[in-house]
Write a protein that binds this ligand. Structure first.
Ligand code: ATP
Length: 250
């Protein structure tokens, strides 16, 4: 469902992604781990077109991101086509990025109306359904600050789901949470995976990756070193660089 080949991205003279190849199958959680500065967030930002890539291909559900191909050449997409692609790729951030002056429900309805053209009644119905999905029914009229960090992160997940994206990206979704709230987010991710959603989660928490992931990818210095199910990659890594990283974080 997500196919990345030869992805390169530099900031000035710093090469951050140095030819990333990654294949993510449909349905399930893929956790991306790796040292600080290895390019994990940049990878997500390239998939969601928050960064323009220097080289390489990203395909989501068979659709090339950022370009159209014709006559064997790539042509950059215009702003509207890019906005349409971005709407199909949900992104959930560490610090939730909710609108504090809007209620929980209002946080979920504006984008489906503005970007997808849903009627307000349909957007409200969809928002209620997504809030039920993350266990927040009954909290529609609260303001985000009245809820716990775990609940706020679940609102952010519901807001991403309200766009009915093909792919969901999470950048350190539990880093801002007290440890006892991490389980709430883990349970939602596993529930969404069971329902067939495809998710890529950047995390520095190896314990979270072990419990959340169907597959784990180790990114180091802008390259994929190794990938595989958590039981194998985290307990019996094949590559020396993976062993070195895991020794460092334990
Ligand atoms: N917009 C930018 N301009 C310049 N440098 C950037 C920019 N974004 C990221 N970088 C640099 O790219 C490198 C990789 O950053 P990135 O945030 O992708 O790493 P990461 O693996 O997610 O790190 P962490 O685990 O610490 O969040 C870092 O050295 C960072 O300073």
């Amino acid at each position: 469902m997500l196919e990345i080949t030869g992805l390169r991205k530099s900031f000035g003279s710093a090469q951050v992604l140095r030819g990333v190849d990654l294949s993510v199958r449909r349905g399930g959680v893929t956790c991306v781990i790796g040292p600080s500065g290895s390019g994990k967030s940049t990878l997500l930002r390239c998939i969601n077109h928050l960064e323009k890539v220097d080289a390489g291909r990203i395909e989501v559900d068979g659709e090339l991101i950022g370009y159209r191909e014709s006559g064997g050449r790539l042509h950059e997409l215009g702003d509207r086509a890019i906005a349409r692609q971005r709407a199909q790729i949900g992104m959930v951030f560490q610090n939730f990025n909710l609108f504090g002056h809007l209620t929980v429900l209002q946080n979920l309805v504006e984008a489906p109306i503005g970007v997808l053209g849903l009627s307000r009644a349909d957007a409200v119905e969809r928002a209620r359904e997504k809030l039920r999905r993350v266990g927040l029914e009954g909290r529609e009229d609260a303001y985000p600050r009245q809820l716990s960090g775990g609940q706020q992160q679940r609102i952010a997940i519901a807001r991403a789901l309200a766009m009915e994206p093909k792919l969901l990206l999470f950048d350190e979704p539990t880093s801002a949470l007290d440890p006892e709230l991490v389980g709430e987010v883990l349970a939602v991710l596993r529930d969404l995976a069971e329902a067939g959603h495809t998710m890529v989660v950047v995390t520095h928490e190896i314990g979270f990756a072990r419990e959340a992931a169907d597959d784990v990818v180790l990114l180091d210095r802008g390259e994929v070193v190794e990938s595989g199910p958590p039981g194998r990659l985290l307990d019996r890594p094949s590559e020396a660089r993976t062993r070195e990283f895991l020794q460092h974080v334990r």
